[in-house]
Design a protein around this ligand. Structure first.
Ligand code: SF4
Ligand code: SF4
Length: 340
């Protein structure tokens, strides 16, 4: 049975939420005799441009100070997103993060300039033999994974498991979860500039009759071409089956052989995730801050607490991720909730 620590609060004050998060982190550090590495990556989400409900940077100040007090140097780590926007490439991603206040500590983008740097992690599960995880995640065996627990259009909810599955995946890993097929060239938008050809390491694209032609049998699905095309002419289908279970398998790959601590903020409950660049309605009251070394138990407890507090079966489809995640060995659905 996994231990999950919980601080109930309806506060909307981020400094107070940060203080609760630090308190839970301290409990786990003492209980587990957890030792920080010399450099400690904090996995966060910087929030899409114009999103108003992501967890703001100053929430993490006390966690940062706590880690520094243990003679460790914290830094933020993230990967580039699949869709086109401010967080598609490293430089604009870091620029947006800083505009959102994430300048207290250095930022590392784990999948490189255009999101095509990854390591294949072998898992041999039902949907994936291996998963594309951002290359720089390889360099660390311990992470503090900080998540905002809220809804997600396809996954039901986004919490710790989604932070692992999408947040640790390179752009190609995200493409593999979101789509069954290689990217597609929209020839009506293509101007034949050849930038995608120069950036494809496996020569899967050429220019034919003045437009890009993508050879599916050669494409390894790194999604780099989607990031560099100045016309947005290379797109993915956003169509996939069994997305919830695929998420679980990517979360398994991302957490394999890692000794992580997971903290989630069950606040600002919106139907959609922090990648939405828009103001969204809050659909349920704040519940609190929660922490565990087991991401699956953490998400299960977060969902149960939210459903109990709201009196509604919110985000129920996400239980598919929890069930498949337990089956493949991410963690336990059986948890002991310790309210502090
Ligand atoms: S064609 Fe395929 S392999 Fe080449 S850059 Fe695009 S996604 Fe990557
Ligand atoms: S980068 Fe975009 S516009 Fe340029 S050739 Fe490739 S698909 Fe066409």
């Amino acid at each position: 049975m996994s231990k999950v620590y919980f601080k109930r609060t309806s506060t909307k004050k981020y400094d107070q939420l940060g203080s609760f998060a630090k308190e839970l982190l301290d409990i786990i550090v003492k209980e587990e005799n957890y030792k920080f590495n010399k450099k400690m990556p904090l996995k966060v989400h910087f929030g899409e441009k114009d999103n108003k409900t992501f967890t703001p940077a100053h929430t993490y100040n006390q966690i940062i100070d706590y880690i520094k007090s243990k003679e460790s140097e914290p830094f933020y780590i993230e990967t580039n997103v699949l869709y086109r926007g401010e967080r598609t490439t490293k430089d604009s991603h870091i620029k947006l993060a800083k505009e959102h206040g994430f300048y207290q500590i250095p930022i590392v983008i784990a999948d490189g300039d255009i999101g095509d740097e990854y390591t294949e992690i072998e898992i041999n599960k039902e949907y994936y033999k291996s998963c594309k995880i951002g290359k720089k995640y390889d360099s660390y065996d311990k992470f503090i994974v900080l998540s905002h627990f809220k809804g997600h259009e396809v996954a039901g909810f986004g919490g710790a498991l989604k932070q692992l599955a999408m947040g640790f995946a390179s752009r190609g890993g995200k493409l593999a979860q979101h789509s069954e097929i290689a990217p597609v060239v929209k020839t009506s938008r293509c101007i034949g500039c050849g930038i995608c050809v120069e950036n494809c390491d496996v020569n899967a694209i050429s220019i034919k009759d003045g437009v890009a032609f993508l050879k599916r049998n050669k494409c390894i699905g790194c999604a780099g071409c989607m990031a560099v095309c100045p016309e947005g002419a290379i797109v993915n289908s956003w169509k996939t089956n069994n997305f919830t279970k695929k998420l679980a398998e990517y979360a398994y790959a991302a957490s394999l052989n890692k000794d992580n601590i997971y903290i989630s903020f069950i606040i600002n409950i919106t139907k959609k995730c922090d990648c939405i660049g828009d103001e969204m309605d809050i659909i349920a009251n704040n519940v609190g801050v929660i922490a565990s070394t087991d991401p699956l138990a953490l998400d299960a407890a977060s969902l149960d607490l939210l459903q109990k507090s709201s009196g509604e079966k919110l985000f129920e489809v996400g239980r598919e991720t929890l069930m498949h995640g337990e089956k493949i060995g991410i963690g336990s659905l059986d948890y002991n909730l310790i309210e502090v």
